[in-house]
Ligand binder design. Structure first.
Ligand SMILES: Cc1cc2nc3c(=O)[nH]c(=O)nc-3n(C[C@H](O)[C@H](O)[C@H](O)COP(=O)(O)OP(=O)(O)OC[C@H]3O[C@@H](n4cnc5c(N)ncnc54)[C@H](O)[C@@H]3O)c2cc1C
Length: 303
């Protein structure tokens, strides 16, 4: 019987693992990937985590896991496939084992939102990608399109522009949501062309991506653009479907929880990108991991 089981070893789960060890809790962290770090593993550089300027996402993931393990954290590679969270004893079933715990910290993070257009699934891995830092090198000297208008889309365009001949940045509105500093860099890049008010409506090719269909919402015109790669950066969706019916969620699927990470289910805590919050970043995920452990201690020892 564990005091707490942490599901996920991104920044939130690893921070919880660190604080859990320091609090001398009997804790176990379950991670479905062979490596820890979550979404930051796909980030070229995390330039806004205080005290660690310019650190690569992969390196930060390794540092966080190393820190947790140095303190004695037990992190195993297992995928959680089902849970029973509403009773006093929580049951967690993975692809390899069944565990019981007094509390659970859900830190399963979030994943890429799909465009939902014809050709997207067919060409996934054959020109369609959700990670510029992972797949960008395959498109060196080629023309690519990035779809989106937030920080990730701008970062992806800038990253790809270092190796691609031309990067088209297609955004459905007439202004970006992303950080002003990133926007300045995008507008200054000679090989990035921004295409405003436009949606990608289909991805076309034969065996691999060859063109995308573009629909301009203002002019109502449809055109075709020849590209070898399509990088989709249109937001994220929380990984919460496993917990439906056991933990209260908002309309977008985020677990309803405040700064103490307490959900409406006793003994269940939501940390990081999975919970309702203003800002989803490494620094706020790490803060949640710490808060979740304090809430676990209060639940275990004061209730
Ligand atoms: C391309 C990109 C660039 C970014 N750049 C920055 C940046 O520069 N600065 C910044 O602060 N933030 C950045 N972010 C955001 C930041 O990465 C996230 O806010 C942060 O990783 C959230 O941490 P988390 O622990 O909540 O979730 P995640 O990082 O999503 O980690 C969740 C973990 O849970 C695991 N998991 C999920 N389901 C299961 C299951 N069923 N069983 C077991 N394990 C499971 C996953 O494998 C994953 O390891 C970026 C995100 C992306 C996608």
């Amino acid at each position: 019987m564990y005091d707490t089981i942490i599901i996920g070893s991104g920044p939130a789960g690893l921070s919880a693992a660190i604080y859990g060890e320091r609090a001398k809790l009997k804790a176990l962290t379950l991670e479905k990937q062979p490596m820890s770090g979550g979404q930051i593993l796909n980030t070229y550089e995390v330039d806004n985590y205080p005290g660690l300027p310019g650190l690569g996402g992969f390196d930060l993931g390794m540092k966080l896991r190393g820190h947790a393990e140095e303190l004695g954290a037990q992190i195993v590679t297992e995928t959680v496939v089902s849970t029973e969270l509403t009773g006093k004893i929580k049951k967690i079933v993975t692809d390899k084992n069944t565990y019981e715990a007094k509390t659970v910290i859900i830190a399963t993070g979030a994943g890429h939102r799909k465009l939902g257009v014809p050709g997207e699934e067919e060409f996934c891995g054959m020109g369609v990608s959700y990670c510029a830092t992972c797949d960008g090198a395959f498109f060196r000297g080629k023309d690519t399109v990035v779809v989106g208008g937030g920080d990730v889309a701008l970062e992806d365009a800038l990253f790809l522009a270092r190796g691609c001949r031309k990067v088209y940045l297609v955004h459905r509105r007439d202004a970006f949501r992303g950080a002003k500093t990133l926007q300045e860099k995008v507008f200054a890049a000679e090989n990035i062309k921004v295409i405003w008010d436009t949606e990608v409506t289909a991805i076309i090719g034969s065996g691999k991506v060859e063109t995308v269909s573009l629909y301009n919402k203002k002019t109502k015109e449809t055109t075709e653009l020849a590209v070898s790669g399509v990088f989709v950066a249109v937001g994220i969706v929380p990984h919460t479907e496993l917990f439906e019916g056991q933990v209260a969620m908002d309309g977008a699927g985020y677990m309803k929880a405040g700064e103490d990470c307490g959900t409406q289910t006793a003994g269940v805590f939501a940390a990081g990108d999975v919970r309702t919050k203003q800002l989803r970043q490494v620094v706020t995920a790490a803060a949640d991991g710490a808060n979740a452990i304090v809430s676990v201690e209060r639940y275990l020892y004061q209730s």
